[in-house]
Design a protein around this ligand. Structure first.
Ligand code: NAD
Length: 482
């Protein structure tokens, strides 16, 4: 298979027959074709589950130290190929190359983290009410796990699901987003080259509404992990619950950064600019609401305007680009509609667009607006683009109330020099990840990650929390004699 093609990879073989073929164009320069997708039809979901089921018993029998070795080999392969993977992803979905390099390095760390988990103690010994009985818990794999991923972290999100799933002894059927399927095929190639047995990881490339839906609604899965929009995630959760499949869904966000009167304004501004605009705002943890207390409002807006002048919009492969294009035409159209609405509000700050060929790609200038009501769609809906809104508040309590006035609950941050206010915010903010003097975006691979309310299904990913999801706990008891 050519590097710039993607097709399903099932039972250790690339799908021979092509279904629909779709051209992939570089979002930084839409006239440039970067590869081809051979989309599979719905039947591929069940074929992949069958291949995964066939490989399941032998993979389970290998034991976790051997599976850990396989993850280490994948880490080494990804590290060797890091520059090519980063460049391919940048051209496929428009993330600036500097960020993409960081994401690939994160992918290597995730694989190594779970490889290390493979030799750690599992379970606990629990006293039994009878004597001469050894009672203990152990972990068993779920079986065949379906993994459905979005395009915005084309390397890190798939790996933070696949690595713990494989380590726990599951085999996997992975359905990547259409806009990240070239990168997905590259990762599958690396897994194959690193010696992962056939059928342990299977890739199904196709449309969410066909292959994704078939995986969720019909394929005989034992577990399902989804990351994507809230609209799709709620449907996935309902289908999995109806079939009593263990599932987790990680969904959208509308994350707030709260800047209180005693904040270090320079720190707050740099965290807001990075949190709102890296990845062109296409992070589930992106800062999209900025809640600023009256006493610091003027100073914050002045510093923000200054900082935004230095934000470089440009093509993803340019080494100086800070904000790249949006990932796809659909994204561009959706975000442009919000940008149009934002033109009604007061623009506080905007990144310069001089020297950028805006028409060549899916570029939307990073913009911060104010004078919008808390109920405005710009403040309530997940835009998933480089637009953020400032809301003013008079007090700490009002700031917390505004922060929590959303259906989402993924990430929230407060900027303050007062430890007491910071700690009170951590208690009061309705979000799965809460921070003091740090941006809302960014995750730690060793720590639990996930959201409240409509941001997730209340389980956690990453760290050792992922091992809880990808396994059953069995309670074992052995009577060893009178
Ligand atoms: P999406 O919901 O459109 O697609 C996600 C995945 O689901 C894709 O692989 C898609 O092909 C598949 N899919 C689509 N329809 C399906 C169906 N009917 N059945 C099964 N699968 C289906 O989301 P997206 O546009 O790819 O990603 C952006 C969204 O992801 C944003 O809302 C963002 O907040 C969210 N996200 C959340 C997290 C998190 O951890 N909470 C992380 C990253 C992105």
């Amino acid at each position: 298979m050519a590097d710039v093609e993607s097709r399903s990879w099932i039972g250790g073989e690339w799908a021979a027959q092509a279904g629909e073929i779709v051209e992939v164009h570089d979002p930084s320069e839409v006239s440039r074709e970067v590869g081809l997708l051979h989309l599979s039809e719905a039947a591929a979901a069940s074929e992949a589950v069958e291949a995964a089921r066939y490989a399941s018993a032998a993979w389970d029998r290998q034991g976790s130290p051997a599976r850990a070795e396989a993850l280490s080999a994948m880490a080494a392969a990804l590290e060797r190929d890091r520059e090519a993977v980063a460049a391919l992803a940048s051209q496929e979905m428009g993330k600036p190359i500097t960020e993409m390099r960081g994401e690939v390095a994160r992918g290597v760390q995730i694989l190594r983290f779970y490889a290390a988990e493979g030799v750690r103690a599992v379970g606990e010994v629990i006293p039994h009410s009878q004597t001469q009985v050894l009672q203990y818990t152990t972990r068993r794999p779920l079986g065949v796990v379906g993994i459905i991923t979005p395009w915005n972290f084309p390397v890190a999100i798939p790996l933070w699901k696949i690595a713990p799933a494989l380590l726990c002894g599951n085999t996997v059927v992975w359905k990547p987003a259409e806009s990240a399927s070239l990168t997905a095929a590259r990762l599958a190639q690396l897994a194959a080259a690193s010696g992962l047995p056939a059928g342990v990881l299977n890739l199904v490339v196709g449309r969410g509404s066909e292959v994704g839906q078939a995986l969720v609604e019909a394929a005989p899965l034992d577990g399902l992990s989804f990351t994507g929009s809230t609209a799709t995630g709620m449907r996935v959760a309902a289908a999995a619950a109806a079939r009593n499949i263990k599932y987790q869904v990680e969904m959208g966000g509308k994350n707030a950064a709260v800047v209180l009167n005693d904040a270090d304004v320079d720190l707050a501004v740099s965290a807001v600019v990075s949190g709102a605009f890296r990845s062109a705002g296409q992070k589930c943890t992106a800062t999209s609401r900025i809640i600023v207390q009256d006493g610091v409002y003027g100073a914050f807006c002045d510093r923000l305007r200054q900082a935004m002048r230095a934000v470089r919009l440009g093509p993803a492969l340019h080494p100086d680009t800070y904000v790249g294009p949006l990932a796809s035409e659909a994204q561009f159209e959706k975000v442009s509609r919000y940008a149009h609405q934002a033109a009604r509000a007061t623009v506080v700050a905007q990144a310069p667009v001089e020297g950028v060929d805006l028409g060549a790609g899916y570029f939307v200038p990073p913009t911060v607006v104010t004078d919008v009501a808390p109920g405005d769609p710009l403040v309530q809906e997940e835009i998933f683009g480089p637009l953020a809104a400032i809301l003013r508040c008079a007090s700490f309590d009002e700031a917390v109330a505004l922060c929590n006035q959303t259906v989402y609950g993924l990430s929230a941050a407060v900027f303050t020099r007062d430890l007491s206010q910071g700690l009170k915010f951590l208690d009061a903010a309705d979000a799965g990840m809460v921070r003091v003097n740090q941006e809302t975006a960014g995750v730690e691979y060793a720590a639990p990650f996930g959201g409240l309310k409509q941001s997730g299904s209340h389980s956690r990913e990453q760290g050792t929390a992922a091992l809880d999801f990808y396994s059953h706990t069995k309670t074992c008891a052995v009577y060893y004699g009178p």
